[in-house]
Design a protein around this ligand. Structure first.
Ligand code: FCB
Length: 391
């Protein structure tokens, strides 16, 4: 299977999960406060992968991977550590980071919000506060103006609905709320934030600006029509409900696809085989279905995350190839897919799970100075990136 010559081949990461010592963020505060009183297998992120200092080494790995792009995020809490006060040193740091990536021949896809917030924002009520979209847009405009020269694409917000659900319904992420109403408000504020930030960024930055949505496909058993109906409703709320109001202000859609849900007798009951180390059901076909469902937006699509926790690297190569097969089929049926980013380059801090889930093409040895050790799948993906061919 041959992919288009200009196809983007990359890997994805986020600041809090890799940089380390993100001390001005709500996540850091929560990790430290929760220490020793945990009801979750949470460990603090600490130095994470120390990518704040070792970014050049990471981009060198991207180069060895033959990839032509990298997706990463900048940290709001570092750039605006106090409300309205921008830290030029932090902006300079990110300029250096992005410049280094470009020097290694990588296109940069830069996310402005990837789950974490400055502490001052969370003290004002975070995403429940109706002023937050404006505050986020100010930060976004400032960052685009300063860093835009070294960004090939800007992503406003990563997975707004995952954030709204983990932080405000499930409650396992800060601020640990369990309220459908709150989650609704957060989602609306994130739609407003995207739309407003898009316009603000566009005033100072002419390249593409988009949003990243996690979309799970939703299947149903053949028990009753109610299963079918519920599957359709769930998929709608996970997809068009959020995308419609933001699609007019998006130059592309970033899709994060990990799994499919299956409705059986009005409950979600997913098969337990094949699964990844986190128990997420691996379903290749779901990616194709989601891609086809996005065709109607007539926007370029990047798969901005797709990957699996697989500490023994047993399934990763096969997984990538099979997912890419689905991408190829969708491409041949007219979906404008422009690129694929594997999540993730490195094993990193997987939020409330801590460090045990291993998503990396590169293993991080946490007992040996965070040494980077490419896995076999790294070399397999490198072959694909090199030739744009999946065998
Ligand atoms: C996505 C997140 C990313 C990572 C992967 C496994 O939902 O965007 O940060 O945690 O899942």
């Amino acid at each position: 299977m041959e992919f288009p010559k200009d196809f983007i081949w990359g890997t994805a990461m986020s600041a809090h999960q890799t940089e380390g010592n993100n001390t001005n963020s709500d996540w850091w505060k929560w990790e430290v406060e929760k220490d020793g009183r945990r009801d979750l297998p949470l460990e603090a992120s600490g130095p994470a992968c120390d990518s704040y200092n070792r970014y050049a080494e990471d981009f060198e790995l991207c180069k060895q991977l033959n990839s032509n792009a990298v997706r990463l995020s900048i940290e709001w809490a570092r750039i605006e550590p106090r409300k309205g006060m921008y830290d030029n040193k932090a902006l300079e740091h990110y300029k250096k980071v992005l410049k280094t990536a470009k020097e290694k021949g990588l296109k940069t896809f830069v996310t402005f919000h990837h789950f974490t917030n400055p502490i001052w924002l969370s003290e004002m009520g975070g995403w429940l506060n109706f002023k937050t979209p404006e505050l986020f847009s100010d930060f976004a405009e400032k960052s685009a103006e300063y860093l835009g020269e070294f960004c090939d694409a800007i992503i406003t917000i990563n997975e707004p609905q995952v954030y709204a659900s983990m932080s405000y319904i499930v409650g396992t992420w800060p601020p640990n709320k369990k309220s459908l109403l709150m989650s609704g408000i957060v989602q609306i504020n994130m739609m407003r934030a995207h739309n407003r930030a898009y316009k603000k960024i566009k005033e100072v930055y002419k390249k593409p600006v988009g949003i990243v949505k996690n979309i799970s496909w939703c299947e149903y058993s053949s028990y009753t029509v109610f299963d079918k109906l519920l599957a359709k409703i769930l998929f709608f709320f996970n997809s068009d409900f959020f995308l419609k109001p933001v699609s007019k202000n998006s130059d592309f859609i970033g899709l994060n696809y990990y799994f499919t849900n299956r409705v059986v007798k009005l409950r979600i009951r997913n098969p337990d085989n094949p699964v990844n180390d986190l128990g997420w059901w691996i379903n290749y076909d779901g990616l194709y279905k989601v891609l086809m469902s996005l065709k109607k937006y007539n926007l370029p699509i990047y798969i901005t995350e797709n990957g699996l926790a697989d500490s023994h690297d047993r399934q990763r190569t096969d997984f990538i190839k099979k997912m890419l097969t689905q991408v190829h089929t969708a491409l041949s049926r007219g979906v404008k897919i422009k690129g694929y980013f594997y999540w993730s380059l490195l094993d990193n801090y997987e939020w409330h799970h801590g460090f045990w889930p291993r998503f990396g093409l590169v293993e991080i040895d946490r007992t040996n100075g965070l040494k980077r050790m490419p896995r076999k799948s790294f070399y397999d993906y490198a072959e694909i990136c090199k030739n744009g061919i999946v065998k």
